[in-house]
Design a protein around this ligand. Structure first.
Ligand code: GLU
Length: 303
């Protein structure tokens, strides 16, 4: 079922050079969690335990059109049923709340203002198709990452005329040709070239919804996350987010950029990546069909 054998969590525990370990699970309530999530989230939970750290759950209900409260409830229940424990989250609160993105708009707006003021953004009036892509995390492992933006609106200079982001799409101008590198704790050194591996990406949608890339960077910094465990489908997004962090001045902070641990993806027998649309492989469905949490984790590649 899975494309990698997983018998222990590779990578040595992160040392506490930046303070104690803080990891997060950041599911979007746009469908039921599936065994791909079980794998990534279980690894995240184990890494938090190994590092004697704190685990946080963040409800990424950013997109009001796609997020549903019943999925948010289901994801909390399914994570608990799997045996994952966290100490900060939408269900239990904590010092860096709220832990649902729908309640964090003021933080995103402040970041948008900072980026716009620093000359990093431009308003874009291109295609509506981009809108749908922007609020969800792009998944590039199967080449369905967003296409590189051709730069049509790049030279627009009237960003300062906007007091609020609504009404137009906002893009981050990537430093053309810059190599973004990071050492992934699981997959090793990663290298992406801005402008060719990915282009100017959306940070705020015309319909006034902040984009995934912006929200996640703002929240990870605000919640003092020291290590991000996520699927390998988000490697390019990590490169984008490193650029955003630098532009926002987060890289200068004591907490600096987090460490990254990208997990191999779970694939079906035909080699296709699992997505939420595979309802039969949802944790919920497997549980209702009588499987134990151990069995579900085994299907997800856990020993
Ligand atoms: N909400 C995003 C997703 O479900 C989170 C990805 C991440 O930043 O880890 O894909």
């Amino acid at each position: 079922m899975n494309d990698a054998s997983l018998h222990s969590v590779p990578g040595s525990p992160s040392t506490g050079s930046r303070g104690s370990y803080r990891g997060r699970l950041a599911p979007s309530p746009t469908g039921l969690l599936h065994i791909g999530h079980a794998r990534t989230f279980w690894i995240a939970a184990q890494r938090a335990i190994e590092n004697r750290g704190t685990l946080i759950v963040r409800n990424e209900d950013l997109d009001p059109q796609r997020s549903r409260p019943e999925f948010a409830r289901a994801m909390i229940e399914d994570l608990r049923w799997l045996g994952i424990c966290w100490s900060e989250g939408p269900d239990c609160g904590g010092p860096y709340g709220p832990y649902a993105q729908s309640g964090r708009r003021a933080h995103y707006l402040e970041a948008w203002r900072r980026l716009r003021g620093g000359g990093f953004l431009y308003p874009c009036t291109c295609s509506r198709k981009d809108l749908a892509l922007a609020a969800s995390a792009p998944n590039d492992a199967d080449n369905d990452d967003e296409p590189v933006y051709p730069g049509t609106c790049r030279e627009r200079k009237h960003a300062a005329e906007f007091a609020e982001p609504a009404g137009v799409n906002w893009r981050f101008r990537v430093p053309e040709g810059e190599v973004v590198e990071f050492a992934d704790l699981n997959l090793g050194r990663q290298r992406h070239v801005a402008g060719s591996d990915f282009g100017d990406f959306l940070v705020w949608r015309r319909d006034d919804v902040p984009a995934y890339q912006l929200a996640v960077v703002v929240d990870d910094a605000a919640m003092r996350i020291t290590e991000i465990v996520r699927g390998a489908d988000l490697l390019k997004s990590t490169a984008r987010q490193l650029l955003l962090m630098r532009a926002l001045g987060y890289a200068d902070r004591e907490h600096a950029a987090p460490d990254y641990f990208h997990c191999e993806l779970v694939r079906d027998a035909a080699g296709a990546r699992l997505a939420k649309r595979h309802d039969a492989l949802s944790i919920r469905h497997l549980r209702e069909s009588g499987l134990t949490a151990e069995k579900v984790l085994e299907m997800a590649g856990w020993p």
